[in-house]
Design a protein around this ligand. Structure first.
Ligand code: BJW
Length: 251
């Protein structure tokens, strides 16, 4: 049974308080998208070394394209929609009397489709392409192949999914660390805490601030002991309940 989210009043930031939220694949699980490291997850079916590194793309771009084409096709399907957890975070952004920054590791567009505005895709987004030759990025909701031509430089063969692979620098790190440095509440949702630098955010917040930290996940993550508060259960239950508790303090 999920633990019911009880947030002590001392843990609720003051009006004007800054909230930073980190999300991972677990928040999209109940929308029908697979996580990476759960039993039966993506990395149990395909080796990340074969599809999620720049070396893999250089070696066999067609294989990488096939992997992302398959995931994009699933993402396009009608039954993949933002769920109650995505919507609750939109409500928090709209109603919280202070700044809310959402940093997602997810390459899907469910936070965008739910309506989150102050949003950073630190691992990119797979419905965009980026050209390895000229750096041009463009929307690319359909299939991608080695024959496709970049509209920026008119060359073929350079387009890749606009995502961050292992060994590459995640996006907008300066803006993220600036927000972490000045936050009053850090919430981590649906991430296993295996992948850096995101996995190091909670430790960075503890080191740089007096902020409260909370983990909302199906089960304890790798960094679970670093959080001051934790609620375990499906995101569609824990996230709306947690958001309700935060907002109730100011209604
Ligand atoms: C539910 C749920 C439900 C289920 N409700 N919850 C040693 C130390 C530090 C770094 C390194 C190191 N060794 C190597 C590195 C570097 C490397 C790294 O971290 N490797 C680790 C494996 C150790 N990192 C990098 O290379 C990164 N770049 C980098 O470090 O640059 C240098 C740098 C350093 C410092 C500052 C700045 C820069 C790049 C990482 C890129 C990751 N890319 C991927 C693929 C993206 C494209 C794609 O999707 O194909 O990103 S890998 C994959 O993992 C994806 C995810 O975003 C990421 C995180 O996964 P996530 O979201 O946590 O998913 P899961 O499956 O792991 O967890 C899901 C969780 O949800 C589980 O806990 C479930 O219980 C839970 N859950 N159902 C709530 N219903």
């Amino acid at each position: 049974m999920p633990q019911s989210p009880t947030v002590s009043l001392a843990a609720i930031p003051p009006a004007g308080g800054r909230i930073v939220i980190l999300t991972g694949a677990g928040i999209s699980k109940e929308s029908g998208l697979e996580t990476f490291r759960d039993p039966g997850g993506i990395w149990s079916k395909v080796r990340l070394e074969d599809v999620a590194t720049p070396e893999a793309f250089a070696r066999d771009p067609a294989r990488c394209h096939a992997f992302y084409n398959m995931r994009r096709a699933r993402h396009r399907s009608m039954d993949v929609q933002p769920n109650a957890a995505h919507h609750a975070l939109v409500r928090l952004e709209k109603e919280w009397p202070g700044d809310v920054l959402l940093v997602t590791q997810n390459v899907d567009s469910l936070h965008d489709r739910a309506g989150s505005k102050n949003l950073i895709h630190m691992h990119g987004i797979y419905t965009q392409a980026r050209c390895n030759d000229c750096g041009h990025a463009l929307d690319w909701p359909g299939d991608m192949s080695v024959e496709d031509i970049c509209s920026g430089c008119s060359r073929a063969g350079g387009l890749r999914p606009n995502v961050v692979w292992f060994g590459e620098m995640p996006m907008q790190m300066e803006r993220i660390y600036e927000a972490l440095r000045s936050c009053d509440l850090f919430i981590s949702i649906g991430t296993s805490g295996n992948v850096y630098p995101a996995a190091g955010f909670v430790a960075a917040v503890r080191k740089m601030t007096d902020a409260h930290t909370a983990e909302l996940n199906l089960e304890p993550s790798q960094g679970a002991t670093l959080f001051a508060e934790a609620h375990y259960g499906p995101a569609t239950q824990t996230v709306p309940a947690y958001v309700d508790t935060l907002l109730a303090a100011y209604q």
